[in-house]
Design a protein around this ligand. Structure first.
Ligand SMILES: Cc1cc2nc3c(=O)[nH]c(=O)nc-3n(C[C@H](O)[C@H](O)[C@H](O)COP(=O)(O)OP(=O)(O)OC[C@H]3O[C@@H](n4cnc5c(N)ncnc54)[C@H](O)[C@@H]3O)c2cc1C
Length: 395
């Protein structure tokens, strides 16, 4: 239908930018309103599997991804103290040939910049900074977005891509429960020149141990190493990506872990150790109204244990665009979008919550058994990565 529709997006994160890019490419009129005064992202990694990469390739971003990304050969699950390998899932060529697109490790700032450039090339007037949304109003004629700076914006469809603290979600759903998982996440990014050569192959290593696990992988064409340490802590923490904590506390959390982990922690910039709380937000069953909907973390916030939050946001963008194209009525399009995303996103959110326990086992034999029972390899690869948001049949 419908390329005459004016679409308002709140939030220029990975979800909002992907949605804008794909909608602009398909001929819609799009405006994004972002609260930040400059477009930027925190220093951390994103794992991006074939199901999302297909959308990024559709946007013509293959060369740019190849330039800054890393294509890992495998996931490796190692014991926290001896480094014994307990399980390996091939990625690399196997992932690419099976799922028709590669698996990338990306620096968040790199993928964010790539997407922002893509949007700016399609429409240099699309992104509005310093534009914090405060709420919206909808009628038969369309939707009005209110910004904190007093501005009002009018459109036909509103897309809340404003993340885990979404004001658009709060207006659609009211207050939804948030509970501390009991885990905090440390993050740090290390220049590989600070590390012994070959400390790790080009893989994603998950170090599994009692009450904590750590994930390491390369970023930015192999020049940086991403470290995430997920640790059970009694005290809830701020849910802020930019809160720094003393390096000594990180070091203490991993006492007794393998030498390679000590080497990596020792190399982290002591003034750039970030720590934040991981909170549970159970899946909801309705995130659309007649003229407004949600994508990404605003719709289905998830724990990071299946590395699929940003990936789902990218999938959402493609499916939403298709629904807006094939329906003559906006509310039907938004219902179709939600119905076609609900089961999959709920499965991923619940699967992520369950995956946490899989990485927290002390005994190697127990862990082998747990991997075997959970059939992580099959469950992850078959249904998670084979999804194609550009071509999946829409009901
Ligand atoms: C430790 C950790 C590791 C992760 N690893 C992975 C991974 O490997 N792979 C993966 O796919 N995902 C991963 N994720 C999840 C991923 O980071 C998120 O799911 C993803 O960033 C969600 O994108 P989004 O666009 O929905 O939200 P966000 O990236 O949060 O973007 C929201 C945007 O909206 C803006 N905004 C907010 N409120 C307003 C407002 N009122 N008005 C205007 N603008 C507003 C914000 O400034 C921001 O720019 C990880 C998360 C964590 C915590």
């Amino acid at each position: 239908m419908k390329q005459h529709l004016k679409i308002i997006i709140v939030g220029a994160g990975i979800g909002g930018l992907t949605a804008a890019a794909i909608l602009l490419k398909r001929g819609f009129s799009v405006q994004i309103y972002e609260q930040a005064s400059v477009l930027s992202e925190v220093g951390a990694g994103i794992q991006c599997s074939a199901n999302a990469v297909k959308v990024l390739y559709y946007l013509g971003l293959k060369d740019r991804l190849d330039h800054v990304g890393v294509r890992p050969n495998a996931f490796e699950f190692r014991r926290f103290d001896t480094a014994e390998m307990m399980h390996r899932i091939p990625l690399g060529k196997e992932h690419e040939s099976k799922f028709n697109a590669p698996y990338y490790h990306l620096h968040r700032a790199d993928i964010h910049e790539i997407l922002a450039n893509c949007v700016n090339e399609l429409d240099p007037n699309c992104i509005h900074l310093d534009s914090k949304a405060s709420g919206f109003f909808e009628s038969d004629h369309g939707v009005t977005l209110d910004l904190e700076n007093g501005q009002r914006v009018y459109g036909d469809v509103l897309v809340g891509a404003d993340g885990i603290k979404s004001v658009i979600r709060a207006q659609i759903l009211g207050e939804t429960p948030v509970t501390y998982t009991g885990d905090i996440a440390w993050r740090g990014v290390i220049d590989v020149n600070q590390l012994p050569k070959g400390i790790m192959e080009t893989v994603s290593t998950v170090w599994c141990g009692p009450k904590k696990h750590a994930v390491m992988y390369y970023l930015r064409a192999g020049t940086l190493l991403n470290f995430v340490g997920l640790v059970e802590h009694d005290q809830p923490e701020n849910e802020s990506w930019t809160q720094k904590r003393p390096w000594e506390e990180l070091k203490k959390d991993f006492v007794g872990w393998h030498d390679n982990i000590q080497t990596v922690i020792d190399a982290i910039d002591k003034n750039a150790c970030y720590r934040y709380a991981l909170n549970n937000r159970p899946p909801v069953t309705n995130w659309s109204t007649g003229k407004a909907t949600l994508i990404g973390d605003a719709a289905h916030p998830t724990l990071p244990y299946m590395a699929s939050g940003a990936v789902m946001a990218i999938e959402d963008a493609a499916v939403l665009c298709r629904c807006l194209e094939i329906n003559t009525d906006v509310s039907r399009a938004l219902i179709q979008f939600q119905n076609n995303r609900l089961e999959r996103t709920t499965k991923i959110v619940n699967g992520s919550t369950q995956s946490r326990a899989l990485y927290r086992i002390e005994d190697v034999q127990d862990m082998r058994e747990a991997f075997h029972q959970n059939d992580l390899n099959k469950s992850r690869s078959e249904w998670l990565y084979s999804y194609d948001p550009l071509n999946v049949e829409l009901t």
